[in-house]
Every structure is written in C-alpha cells, then in structure tokens.
Design a protein around this ligand. Structure first.
Ligand code: ADP
Ligand code: MG
Length: 482
C-alpha cells in the first residue's frame, strides 16, 4: 500500500475506524477492558494521539496488541501513520483547582448527561455560580447527576428498603413530605451516593423546571472557602438558596469545620423554610456525628434518617446479576455467586472484584472460572480481614449433597439434612470467627448447644466412619479459599 497521509484531521473518525477492525479481532471482554477506555485526542501530521488511563494500560497495549494496532493503523493512515499515547497520571486526587479541571467550559460540551442536567439561565449580574469558571457569559446550573445511578439500577433489598422507598416518596413530592431533610446514612460502599443521585434523577424527571443540584460536602466546602477568599460569600449563599432540591453527599465531612457549618446552617434554614427539599448522606447517624454543631444536628433529625445496611446474600447476588446484565458481561452464574458469597461487607468491593476478575481473565487469557475467582479474591481482598462466610459454607455443603439450601435452614430432622446441617455447623465453627449462637441462628434457628453437639458428632464420625471422613476431606478442600 502506498503511503497516503490521512485526508482529514478527524482523529475521532480515524480512531473509530481503527476500533471497528480491532473489535473484530479481539474478544468482547478484551475490547471492553482495553479499548473502550481509550479516548482519541488528535491527529496531526499523520500521528494519531490516543489517551490511555495509566502507564500500565499503555504497557499492556504495547505488549499485547501492538501488532494488531500497527496493522490497523497502517490500513487507516497509510504507511507513515504513527500512534502516540498520552497517559493520564493516576494521582487525580490532588487538591489543585478541582473545578476547572472537571467542569466543561463551553456550551458545546456542557451537558454530559442531557437527560438529567438542566441548564437554566440566571441573572448573571447578581450571582456567581461557583460551578462555573468566571468569565462565561451565560451561567448555568448543571445538576451534576450521574445518569447511570438510577433508581432502577438500585436493587432493592431488606437492607435498603426504608431508604429506597423514602427516597422514592421524596422524589415524587420534593419538599412535600415529612421527610425533609432526608438523611441517608450507612457504611462505606453501601450505596449512599448511588441512592442520592437516583433520587435526584427522579426529581429532575418529574419536575424538569426545578433546579436540582448534587454536590459533595467536600466540594461545597472548597467552593465556600474560594468564595470567602475572593470576597464572594454572598454570591455563594445566594446561589445555594436558589436551588430547589439540594443533595449534599457525605455531610460528615463538615465535622469540625465551623464556618462551613455556619453557612450551611443558613442555607439549610432558607431552603427548608421555603419548602425546598434537602437530601443529605452521611457515613454515620446524626447521633454519632462528632464535631458537628448541635443546632445543625438537630435539624438533620427534623426529617427522616434512613440507614443502608450491609446487603444480604440474595441482594448481593441480585446486584451482581444486574451489573452483569447492564454491562453485557459474559460470566458463569456460579462464579458470580461465588463472588457474592465471598465478599460480604461492601458493594463497591464486590463490584471491584468483578472488574478485577474480568481484567485478570483478559490479562492471562484464562476463562472466567471459580478457580480464577478464588485466586483473584485472595489477592484482591487480602488486606481486609477475610474469612469464609457461613453462607458460603452452607452453599458448598448443600451443593455437595445436592440439597436445597432452604432445607438446611429449615427445622426438618430428615437424616441426610441433619447430617448436612451438622457439617455446615462444624465447618462454620472451624473456619469462621462466628459465635456458636450466630452459627446456630444461621442454620435453622438452633441454639449454641446444638452447634456444639453438632461439632462433637462430626468429630466422632470422622474417627469412626470412613465414608463420612472422606466427605469431610472433600468438603474442606472445596470450602478452603486458599
Ligand atoms: P457509598 O456512597 O455508600 O460509599 P456508593 O453509592 O458509591 O456507596 O456505592 C458503591 C457501589 O455500589 C456503586 O457502584 C453503586 O452503584 C453500587 N451499589 C450500592 N448499592 C447498590 C444497590 N442497592 N444496587 C445496585 N448497586 C448498588
Ligand atoms: Mg459515597
């Protein structure tokens, strides 16, 4: 083929054409993992620059896909075509001017999620919008909502029923229920941010003419400090007083920051008095918040405080299934279940495990199997104290004897079920840190004495019954995660 420089400088088009070919030549998973995150940046003098998320990413591409990339690039750009990488540095959490980096400055790209962001005009002479870099003619309030955090995607379970339905009620009638403020609290990675966005998105859909704003407490504080520095405190306050439905994420961040609490107190009062809706999230209930002014805490308690708890097994499985479906991931059901069984405390970690597993499988060109999941979990979760869960033990035992798990948890005294139940208790006692009472409660509402008895029985049978002993050995192997 003769060298023919690309006619246009349309980098996006060139990259899109290249991707089309790549897509036909790599697995779907590899494509999602290694090519979808790439952004084309420019095409100049037949050099196509693409942006990749990390150094590691770049090395991976160079190592595994370079010949494919070269070939395709040549096809697209001719023999003088070259590829250059621009690597985003990973320390994105630096504190320097957080807004200018992220907030689009032109109308062309101001709306990332047109379905949820509603630009509105406000009087530019009176109020500065702290979300926008100064100097722009038209000031807009973007809702800052993440369109993928919808209520539909927020799986309902016992653990979140109150918060979810309160959120739904609020979004139907913002400011018009007794849930004002609605305070959603709970531990890390349990879905506070997701639910807060979901409520915002619902409100926006139902009341498109209203101004909805999502902001983290941290960002609110930085904006406030900036406003003070540039003598714009009034603008700051007025801006926030103009919002109809205000969502503040992680209010515990205000702890110990008296001035910010003070200004928030006034904004809160204004909004509340004028019937506007406030939605707050926090990692702990108001009663445990330290360093927070009493008058603010008492206001937090005016409405409804709803907590998010650790999801139970069914909910964890449903969350993973949902994610797998949305992302179009190809994963055997038992592997997804294994993840849900093994990671019990935190949904973010659960999803992280899923993503890591996908990357690992594409990385080592290995199929996604329970084996791989075990290895990965071992590495992935090694820093957080981890143990096999009772749920997992029950599942392995039931699979082994081909019994439905409900039977194991029932009161039935059928011989084979009793034996399986005793084995589950035995392994739970030996392989988890759970108390006898907890183990009993998990295995059909038995008390601690029953669990002790089960352990003794199993130990006796191991010594006397060869067949039984081989069950125990098999099961032990299956349960062990190492
Ligand atoms: P938090 O703000 O409480 O730390 P996030 O809202 O960031 O937690 O949730 C962590 C991850 O878990 C997100 O990816 C979120 O989408 C997901 N998640 C949490 N709860 C649910 C749920 N009930 N259904 C589906 N996904 C959930
Ligand atoms: Mg959060």
């Amino acid at each position: 083929m003769t060298a023919k420089p690309y006619k246009t400088n349309d980098h996006a088009q060139a990259w899109e054409n290249i991707l089309k070919v790549v897509k036909d030549n790599v697995s779907t998973q590899a494509f999602r993992t290694w090519f979808e995150p790439i952004v084309s940046v420019k095409l100049k003098a037949n050099v196509l620059t693409i942006q990749v998320p990390s150094q590691f990413f770049y090395e991976w591409l160079e190592e595994h896909y370079i010949s494919l990339l070269k070939k395709t690039l040549r096809k697209e750009l001719g023999s003088t075509g070259r590829l250059e990488y621009s690597i985003i540095m990973e320390s994105a959490s630096s504190n320097s001017s957080p807004y200018t980096v992220k907030i689009p400055t032109t109308d062309r790209n101001v709306l990332k999620n047109p379905s949820v962001a509603l630009p509105i005009d406000i009087n530019k002479d009176t109020i500065r919008n702290p979300f926008i870099i100064p100097g722009l003619k038209k000031i807009k309030v973007e809702s800052q909502l993440n369109a993928s955090y919808t209520l539909d995607n927020f799986i309902e379970g016992e653990c979140n029923r109150l918060a979810r339905s309160a959120g739904y009620a609020v979004s139907e009638k913002p400011g018009g229920t007794s849930f004002n403020p609605l305070l959603i609290y709970g531990g890390v990675g349990l879905g506070k941010t997701h639910l807060a966005h979901a409520i915002g998105i619902q409100m926006k859909e139902k009341y498109p003419e209203k101004i909805v704003l999502y902001v983290t407490a941290e960002r609110f504080q930085t904006q406030f400090v900036d406003a003070i520095r540039s003598n714009n405190k009034n603008d700051f306050v007025h801006f926030y007083q103009m919002i109809d439905f205000l969502i503040i994420d992680d209010v515990q961040f205000f702890s110990g920051k008296e001035k910010t609490q003070d200004v928030f107190f006034h904004i809160f009062n204004h909004l509340h008095q004028t019937g506007k809706q406030l939605i707050l999230t926090s990692d702990k209930p108001p009663i445990e918040m330290q360093g927070m002014e009493q008058r603010l805490l008492s206001r937090f308690k005016w409405g409804l405080s709803a907590d998010l708890q650790v999801p139970d097994l069914e909910t964890r499985i449903a969350i993973l299934d949902n994610k797998i479906r949305i992302d179009g991931i190809n994963m055997p059901k038992d592997v997804a279940e294994y993840l849900a069984y093994s990671i019990t405390t935190n949904i973010r970690e659960l999803q992280g495990a899923l993503v890591t597993l996908l990357a690992q499988s594409s990385f080592n060109k290995k199929p996604i199997t329970i084996e791989l999941a075990k290895q990965m979990i071992d590495k992935f979760v090694k820093n957080t104290a981890r143990e096999v869960s009772i749920d997992y033990i029950q599942k392995v035992v039931c699979d082994y004897f081909d019994l439905p798990i409900e039977l194991l948890k029932s009161k039935t005294r059928k011989r084979d079920v009793v034996q399986a139940r005793q084995l589950a208790m035995f392994f739970s006692k030996n392989m988890t840190k759970s108390s006898l009472a907890k183990i009993g409660a998990h295995c059909g509402g038995k008390d601690h004495a029953t669990v002790l008895h089960a352990c003794r029985t199993v130990n006796n049978l191991i010594d006397t019954d060869k067949q039984f002993k081989s069950y125990v050995t098999d099961l032990k192997k299956k349960i062990s995660i190492d």
